[in-house]
Design a protein around this ligand. Structure first.
Ligand SMILES: NC(=O)c1ccc[n+]([C@@H]2O[C@H](COP(=O)([O-])OP(=O)(O)OC[C@H]3O[C@@H](n4cnc5c(N)ncnc54)[C@H](O)[C@@H]3O)[C@@H](O)[C@H]2O)c1
Length: 327
């Protein structure tokens, strides 16, 4: 988490609506960055309890050596507001993180829009509800956007920024600039079901459950395979760089076998077949999904090896996946 007051100066005040798992983590992150934060939950009592939890949590982070004492002082300054109107009346940015229920989001976003200053930007942390639909609940949809964080939000760097059709371009730029300035890694993505992260994550999850249901491995074994085999690469590379380094012709062959055994969901996409047909098989041919000069390829592969060696070092004493095995 960024503790220096390095953020771009906007927003100076943020309202967090819904102080649960996500709202509190985001509140900690903003407060630690030096931003004035107000939180509110379903009732004044729940809000006060949530604020106390927030302070205890940052104290725990400081005790564990994860944050300096200064961070605790900043989080202690987070204010509890009795209701939405009290939280948003002076906010530059309103962060909605109430449960994933369309009716509730409609009610809350409507109240936020009614009571927030006209120039405030309102964002929703929804994991799956279409941003276009949610934008219909605010009076100024050009100042509304999806901002999807990941649990635990105070530590996970990636944030999906999801504009709806009416969202102003300058609003998106402002949100992206702000998130970068507090050390996050925002990516602007389209408003499709599950956006990008949840769509990919759930495809992985479904296949993991199927592997267990079909008796290929236990859930502990699947977790071990995922984190230690291909998951080991994921902090550094996404599927396109990974497949380019492995060889797209190899991927195509494997997909053909999977398609044969597991059905249409493994059909190789035309875009992949086309690349292979044109000889773009990845780093080994100088181009795959991406393009690589000889020098870039050599640098990439050496950098990959450096990162993997460092990660192996970090993982040195990672225990095997056995939590919850009952043994
Ligand atoms: N949990 C995750 O991993 C995760 C990740 C990304 C996005 N999200 C999304 O973030 C949102 C919040 O999820 P969460 O996991 O923090 O849920 P949560 O249940 O932990 O927190 C929601 C909070 O909203 C409060 N709330 C309920 N009604 C309210 C009202 N009328 N006014 C104010 N507050 C009210 C609840 O009391 C609770 O504290 C959801 O849209 C969810 O899909 C969750």
């Amino acid at each position: 988490m960024h503790t220096a007051e390095s953020h771009i100066g906007w927003p100076s005040s943020v309202a967090i609506i819904g102080a649960g798992t996500m709202g509190l983590g985001v509140a900690e992150c903003f407060a630690v960055a030096g931003i004035r934060v107000l939180v509110t939950d379903a009732t004044p009592e729940l809000t006060r309890e949530a604020r106390d939890r927030l302070v205890r949590r940052v104290e725990g982070h400081a005790e564990a050596g994860l944050l300096p004492q200064e961070a605790v002082d900043r989080v202690e300054a987070v204010m509890a507001a009795d209701d939405v109107a009290g939280a948003v009346s002076d906010a530059d940015l309103v962060f909605e993180a109430v449960p994933e229920d369309m009716g509730l989001k409609e009610e809350i976003l409507g109240s936020c829009c009614e009571s927030a200053p006209e120039e405030a930007i309102i964002v929703s942390n929804t994991s799956s509800l279409p941003i276009e639909d949610l934008s219909g609940f605010v009076g100024r949809p050009e100042r509304f956007c999806g901002m999807h964080w990941f649990n635990p939000p105070e530590w996970t760097p990636g944030v999906e920024v999801i504009p709806a059709a009416p969202t102003g371009r300058e609003v998106v730029e402002r949100l992206v600039g702000f998130l970068r300035s507090i050390g996050k890694r925002p990516v602007v993505v389209g408003d499709g079901p599950g956006f990008v992260a949840n769509r990919i994550q759930n495809a992985l999850f479904l296949e993991a459950v199927r592997c267990v249901d079909e008796g290929l491995a236990s859930s502990q074994e699947v977790d071990e395979v995922v984190r230690s085999c291909f998951g080991f690469r994921l902090p550094f590379f996404g599927p396109f760089q990974i497949s380019d380094m492995a060889g797209l012709d190899v991927y195509e062959n494997v997909l053909d076998v999977l398609r044969e055994g597991l059905g249409e969901r493994f059909e190789a996409p035309e875009s992949l077949r086309d690349l292979v047909e044109r000889g773009r098989t990845g780093t080994k041919s100088g181009a795959g999904f991406l393009e690589y000069s000889d020098e870039e390829r050599d640098r990439l592969l050496l950098e990959r090896d450096r990162r993997y060696a460092a990660l192996n070092e970090l993982l040195g004493d990672l225990p095997p996946v056995d939590a919850g095995s009952g043994s």
